[in-house]
Design a binder for this molecule. Structure first.
Ligand SMILES: C[S@@+](CC[C@H](N)C(=O)[O-])C[C@H]1O[C@@H](n2cnc3c(N)ncnc32)[C@H](O)[C@@H]1O
Length: 296
């Protein structure tokens, strides 16, 4: 378990780091922290003389994922900023890996607080990185837990998170690695939070799991993640998403699939595309509906 989360977190952060160095601002992602958080080997691959080759290899090994990571970063940033500008002062990053939003959006938190939830080994590894960078984490609390075993709301409350306050939750790059029961139990935990809290997450289309050959990048992705010990589990049909979220006390707000993400985030200034996007993921936003019914 220990190396699994770390590797996938760093592979995701590498794509963000390389994407933050794209020349064209229309497709460049704003995660300037990502290069700093990488380990030496990955950071070395960002050197200008090596980067085109490293990105080329990344695209060859995981077709569509480089473009997807750029679009996902920008899409989720947009939702998080909406939530924080809408008044939320608590930000919770689930399965945080090398996510840097707690630092990038420190100003938008306006004196609020962020919590980063991750497996103990991944969380420790990130804290070491931040410490070495001399980066202050006073406004961030690290919560060690396992979505497959532990109760999220309790863990957050024990670490000072106020369940009565509207909160922005980010769950990026995690749901598909978890069993369905763990995704659903985590959603049930989030339903303990104040109405108006929002959740942005990405998810795998059931159609891609069922028929990877018809979704660009899916076959290679499934093969690679299984090989590093993080096989894909959870998927949901896009058309069933609203009903599924509703059954867990969330209201479905919107969802962007590959076409919408590509149109919004991957068109360069000259009209060409940054690259073809992985066709198996959607990014959805949901809000907590009402207070829990008594007895639930
Ligand atoms: C692919 S990485 C994504 C990291 C980050 N959210 C991003 O978008 O770059 C998956 C993250 O989920 C965490 N994770 C995986 N399984 C988990 C579990 N059962 N409980 C808590 N965290 C988990 C891993 O440690 C890792 O940080």
């Amino acid at each position: 378990m220990s190396e699994r989360g770390k590797f996938s977190a760093e592979v995701a952060a590498f794509a963000r780091a390389a994407g933050s160095l794209e020349r064209d601002p229309r497709v460049r992602n704003p995660d300037l922290f990502a290069p700093l958080l990488l380990s030496r080997g990955f950071r070395g691959a960002l050197w200008p003389g090596l980067r085109p080759l490293a990105v080329g290899i990344y695209r060859w090994i995981l077709p569509g994922l480089y473009a997807y990571q750029q679009a996902r970063t920008r899409e989720i940033d947009r939702h998080v900023l909406d939530g924080l500008r809408g008044g939320a002062r608590q930000l919770v990053i689930l399965g945080a890996g090398l996510d840097s939003r707690a630092w990038r959006f420190a100003d938008e938190l306006r004196g609020g607080h962020a919590w980063e939830v991750d497996l103990p080994t991944t969380g420790r590894w990130k804290r070491d990185r931040l410490h070495r960078l001399g980066q202050s984490s006073d406004h961030v609390t690290f919560v060690s837990m396992d979505f497959t075993r532990d109760a999220l709301a309790d863990a957050l409350a024990r670490h000072g998170c106020d369940l009565g306050q509207p909160t922005v939750f980010v769950w990026s790059g995690v749901t598909y690695y978890l069993p369905r029961a763990s995704v659903e139990s985590t959603l049930r935990e989030l339903a303990h939070f104040a109405a108006g809290s929002s959740l942005v997450f990405d998810y795998l289309f059931e159609s891609a799991r069922r028929d990877p050959a018809s979704h660009y990048g899916a076959r290679e992705f499934f093969r690679r993640v299984a090989r590093v010990g993080e096989p894909v589990h959870f998927a949901v049909e896009r058309t069933a998403l609203g009903g599924w979220l509703g059954a867990h006390d969330f209201r479905f707000e919107d969802d962007a699939g590959p076409e919408e993400l590509a149109r919004a985030h991957l068109v360069r200034s000259d009209g060409t595309m940054l690259g073809r996007i992985f066709e198996g993921f959607g990014i959805a936003r949901a809000t907590r509906r009402d207070a829990l019914l008594p007895g639930r």
